[in-house]
Design a protein around this ligand. Sequence first.
Ligand code: FA5
Length: 348
Amino acid sequence: MDLTTQLGQLRDEGLGAIQEATGLKQLNEIRVHFLGKKGPITAALRGMKEINPEERPRVGKFANEVRDALQRAIATKQDELETAQMAAKLEKETLDVTLPGTPVKTGTAHVLQQIIDEIEELFLGMGYQIINGPEVEEEHYNFEMMNLPKDHPARDMQDTFYITKDILMRTQTSPVQARTLEKHDFNQGPLKMISPGKVYRRDTDDATHSHQFHQIEGLVVDRHITMADLKGTLQLLARKMFGADRDIRMRPSYFPFTEPSAEVDVSCFKCDGKGCAVCKQTGWIEVLGAGMVHPNVLSMAGVNPEEYGGFAFGLGPDRFAMLKYGVDDIRNFYLNDERFLKQFAWKG
Ligand code: FA5
């Protein structure tokens, strides 16, 4: 068989195979088979030297035409197969954009965070700064700098978890007072701050006690601060949190870091002071501790108590939330039970 006939046969065979190919892999095999280095067309071309030199240009041209025809057919088929493959894929992956989506569960601020936010907002409005302190605290700041020297009996009321002999989980937010006083430059103006955060005590958990709870510390230090300033500030706080008609009263108390010290009660919002189960028939509910900053606390932090004085208070947002929303067990705040938490979602 002469070379031209052989090439013609290869072309027909190749075109037939290409036509029938059903996949890209198969098409590639066909390409390699017919056009590859070891394929029949390359072999046929190698046989050119055997033919008559006059015939060579014609046969050579024909060989090129055969190769081009096969290449074109392969390219066309490849396009066709790829389009079909894409169409099949799209068909399989069709999305129905009108189907309803899976509802996204949105969270809300925890009820305790809501209380903290409300109190922060009130004090920010009065020009206070919000200052955070460490939860893992030095005994030095938690006790000594708060005028509770080693072996002071009042330490017993605030036993806690010790990390080392000198480092503990803070029992109160009061150490932030000392840390802030040490740094404050009174030439820049008075110090007005609140400090919210978690505190820890070795209390046995019950309906009103948790071994981890929250406090918000308040501290104002300047010249000429009086107990009337403290009372006015706490009155505002009580009214913001428990209603515009609330009153407060201050009973003498003791804290090592304030002198004089007071327990602060708010008139019962349930019975308006007449006496009910919430206020245990007294008309008043105890909500926080407060007092005038003890001169020792000032001088230990490098502030001259002859020149400066101030007030401080410490409240438990957990107890505020219990009172405000009638929650009868503090442990509910820490159980992460959605049925409980969702009741406060309307605010978050
Ligand atoms: C203090 O911790 C003082 N540092 C507060 C203070 C600051 C007084 C500045 C004066 C000046 P006390 O131990 O009473 O005080 O705690 C303050 C508040 O924390 C309490 O009124 C109560 O609301 C809350 N609290 C105390 N112990 C617990 C507990 N185990 N679980 C939940 N709340 C608690």
